[in-house]
Design a protein around this ligand. Structure first.
Ligand code: SIN
Length: 282
């Protein structure tokens, strides 16, 4: 049993995810608390805090303990807060963002280190988020598949998001910027990434953003990419988080994917997301 003032970390599954207790993240944190939280993130890929009451400023302050912030290039922000992205489903909405396995903004040259998603209004059931551990996904690939992707790069693009802006905005309260389609965001990244802090290898492709493997057409790339996506979503590599009002999830975007479950038609869900800048994948 941890001392009351100590951070207490309880893993959620054998694959990834841990709940962090014993810290009020609305208050300024001591350096040792920040390092314990950072270490928990590195150890578990995604960490969760419960019963936190955060104003937008407190959410921003907490996020800034872990790096510089980055604004989302394609989605709108909360008025007055360029670094906070609203993730909202109204009762009349049919669609949500993030309902495919993905890693955030990998179409950028320097994709984010991580994101901090705060639950402001959570339905009584439904709206869970699933996470997967991309170290495990890589480690459990058959050797011939590992050899096939080692040293190869793939092109990531925001085309999947920005095609049909008007149509997507019509069925969804999380809004794309009206001019999101004007300039494509895209970047070439290794298919096997070495995490810059842990030194571990992880699989680094995701369904909405990885467009094609370098040297192959999209059509030629899809059979292998699809096989990798299916493999990475195996339940043994995942955890599933049940939100409550005041929960916060902080994921390491470099070595995880996530999936927003759209199973709460007719109910409202409101989240705030802040994203921390990252570096070029190696
Ligand atoms: C996202 O992909 O950031 C959204 C996750 C969620 O709404 O649970």
């Amino acid at each position: 049993m941890a001392h009351r003032s100590e951070i207490d970390i309880r893993p959620l599954t054998g694959a990834c995810g841990a709940e962090v207790f014993g810290v009020d993240i609305s208050r300024p944190l001591e350096e040792k608390q920040v390092s314990a939280i950072r270490q928990a993130l590195l150890d578990h890929n995604v960490i969760f805090f419960r019963e936190q009451t955060l104003s937008p400023e407190q959410h921003l302050n907490f996020a800034q303990c872990f790096g510089e912030l980055v604004a989302n290039p394609v989605y709108t922000h909360v008025e007055g807060y360029p670094y906070i992205m609203p993730v909202i489903k109204e009762p009349h909405d049919k669609y949500v963002i993030g309902d495919t396995w993905h890693s955030d903004m990998t179409y950028m040259e320097e994709p984010p280190l991580g994101s901090l998603l705060y639950g402001r209004e959570i339905p009584d059931y439904g709206g869970d988020t699933l996470f997967s551990n991309m170290y495990l996904a890589y480690e459990h690939l058959p050797e011939p598949l590992k050899e096939m992707i080692e040293g190869r790069r793939a092109y990531h693009s925001d085309r999947y998001l920005t095609a049909r802006v008007q149509e997507r905005n019509a069925g969804r309260s999380t809004r794309l910027k009206e001019d999101a389609q004007q300039k494509e965001n895209g970047a070439l990244h290794p298919m096997v990434r070495v995490h810059e802090e842990t030194g571990r290898k992880c699989l680094y492709v995701n369904f909405p953003f990885t467009w094609q493997i370098e040297g192959l057409s999209r059509e030629e790339s899809l059979p292998l990419l699809t096989q990798l996506y299916e493999h990475a979503a195996r339940p043994e590599f995942t955890c599933r988080f049940r939100w409550r009002n005041g929960s916060l999830a902080f994921w390491d975007n470099r070595c995880s994917m996530h999936y927003a479950c759209n199973d709460y038609q007719g109910k409202r869900r409101e989240m705030h997301r802040i994203t921390i800048a990252g570096s070029r994948p190696r």
